[in-house]
Design a protein around this ligand. Structure first.
Ligand code: 5GP
Length: 136
């Protein structure tokens, strides 16, 4: 199976601007820089996405994501931070190696648009809640 681009970064086969690294975790600047400082946090070991990564490793990734978000506020003087992880193509995942986006926000007119539109009309919320609960 062909290596994904993040496995290649972990193995040093393609360059990246690394902001954090330990035995299990790596964080580097996203090549797209949707906002200035946009960083990706990954486990070095390959897992497809957030839904399939072992819990302990996911916690380590999120710990580093939190620290990077704090650093974006402190060092880059961001006014806010979005923490985002896409799972599967339908949710916008393009690189199939678990990663967390840590995206500093500076103003309302920047290049990132996340919109939550009101869409609850006609949805049976009690039944919907039961549907989700039965698989937990
Ligand atoms: P996704 O859409 O899968 O959640 O996000 C994948 C991210 O990986 C995108 O934001 C994209 O810019 C970033 N990316 C893709 N290829 C590379 C690369 O070679 N180097 C770096 N640093 N980021 C990459």
């Amino acid at each position: 199976m062909e290596k994904d681009v993040f496995c290649k970064i972990v193995d040093g086969e393609i360059p990246a601007h690394i902001v954090y690294e330990d035995d299990e975790i790596m964080a580097f600047l996203d090549i797209s820089q949707v906002t200035k400082g946009h960083t990706l946090v990954i486990p070095k070991k390959h897992y497809d996405n957030f839904l399939s990564v072992p819990k302990e490793l996911m916690h380590k990734v999120m710990d580093v994501a939190q620290r990077i978000g704090q650093a974006q506020i402190t060092s880059l003087h961001a006014n806010g931070v979005n923490i985002l992880t896409n799972c599967y193509e339908a949710a916008g995942q393009t690189v199939k190696h678990f990663h967390v986006h840590v995206i500093p926000r500076f103003d309302a007119n920047d290049a990132l648009k996340i919109e939550f539109k009101e869409n609850a009309a006609g949805i049976n919320l009690p039944a919907l809640k039961d549907e989700i609960k039965k698989s937990l």
